[in-house]
Design a protein around this ligand. Structure first.
Ligand SMILES: Nc1ncnc2c1ncn2[C@@H]1O[C@H](COP(=O)(O)OP(=O)(O)OP(=O)(O)O)[C@@H](O)[C@H]1O
Ligand SMILES: [Mg+2]
Length: 319
């Protein structure tokens, strides 16, 4: 079980707004919710928000970290056990499911659940009945289920790693959190929010961001999403508190590529001329190959912003 972070979800982008609207609607019901999204996109925050916006807000929110559920103890941890039910069961234990009665059970990292435990969990989801290990009878437990994963669960089902019946049980209302790189102006908003919040925590002054630094942070692809951004803010508050952040203050992977070919004009127009659009397509393809398809890095290799590259990919119908 982990502590739920009760911070608010910051962001004005339409991509996030659509998810938050759906979350508010589903919060009013008891329907199971499946939150999907890359690592660090705010799945745990969203789960807490759905619980807080629901009529169950006065009840408990119990988080089960499915990646850390040992197979041999899973049943007893989920359902509980009676004293003496097995060697080592020295006292009664209340499982996560009965602990969540009247509230919400949050199954975090549900995609990591071993198949054997998936079957045990499904038993409860199908019947709503909870029978602690070593206990004669089952009782009905009223809980709302929210699950989260950074895996593509449909693909996990197709690969035979996730039970299809469990997937259907969980995936009643899917909420998909967008990656940070698609959230446009939310990047600046989050940089300021987290810098201010962390500066208060450390008793320091938040740094300011120069336009050039903001441009770089915008062009970066944020594989670790908001968690990575928050970690950067923490570092910058500590190392550059009260100062202006310039691109030189940013970690190497976020800095612009050095300008090579463009400055020394190494491209010569052959006398027979070129087809400029074909040349452009060739260079874009080479940049994508060199960066294994990473569009932000490809854009930097070409001296373009990510948005401009995306526009050209669309224009030339390059996948
Ligand atoms: N929209 C947001 N506004 C403010 N902070 C956010 C937002 N989204 C995420 N965060 C912050 O980013 C960090 C990661 O969020 P969270 O733990 O909810 O992500 P996650 O999707 O559960 O990640 P993982 O898949 O790695 O478990 C937390 O510090 C959280 O406060
Ligand atoms: Mg999480």
């Amino acid at each position: 079980m982990t502590n739920i972070n009760t911070d608010t979800l910051i962001g004005n982008s339409p991509e996030l707004g659509a998810v938050l609207r759906a979350a508010r609607l589903v919060a009013m019901t008891d329907a199971p919710v499946l939150i999907q999204g890359e690592s660090g996109t705010g799945k745990e925050l969203l789960a807490a928000r759905v619980h807080r916006d629901s009529p169950r807000r006065g009840g408990p929110l119990i988080t089960v970290n499915c990646a850390a559920l040992p197979e041999n103890l899973a049943e007893s941890l989920l359902y509980g056990h009676r004293k003496g039910a097995f060697t080592g069961a020295v006292a009664d234990h209340i499982g996560y499911i009965p602990q969540a009665a009247g509230g919400t059970l949050f199954l975090d990292e549900v995609g990591e659940l071993p198949l054997a435990i998936q079957a045990k969990l499904l038993r409860f989801l199908e019947s709503g009945e909870c029978q602690p290990v070593g206990h004669g009878s089952a009782t009905h437990v009223d809980v709302r289920i929210i699950a989260a994963t950074n895996r593509d669960l449909a693909a996990e089902v197709a690969a035979g790693r996730f039970r299809q019946d469990l997937f259907y049980r969980l995936n009643v209302v899917p909420l998909c959190l967008p990656p940070l790189r698609t959230r446009g102006d939310d990047i600046a908003l989050l940089l300021h929010h987290h810098a201010e919040q962390l500066a208060r925590r450390y008793g320091l002054t938040a740094p300011r961001y120069s336009r050039a630094a903001l441009r770089q942070l915008h062009a970066y692809d944020w594989p670790g999403n908001v968690r990575e951004l928050r970690n950067l803010c923490e570092r910058l508050v500590i190392l550059c508190g009260g100062r202006e952040i310039t691109p030189e203050n940013l970690p190497a992977e976020m800095r612009p590529m050095p300008q090579h070919a463009t400055h020394n004009a190494s491209f010569h127009l052959p006398p027979e001329g070129v087809r400029l659009d074909e040349l452009e397509v060739t260079l874009i393809r080479q940049a994508l190959t060199q960066t294994a398809g990473n569009r932000s890095r490809a854009a930097r290799l070409l001296g373009l912003t990510r948005d401009t590259l995306l526009y050209r990919l669309k224009k030339y119908a390059i996948d």
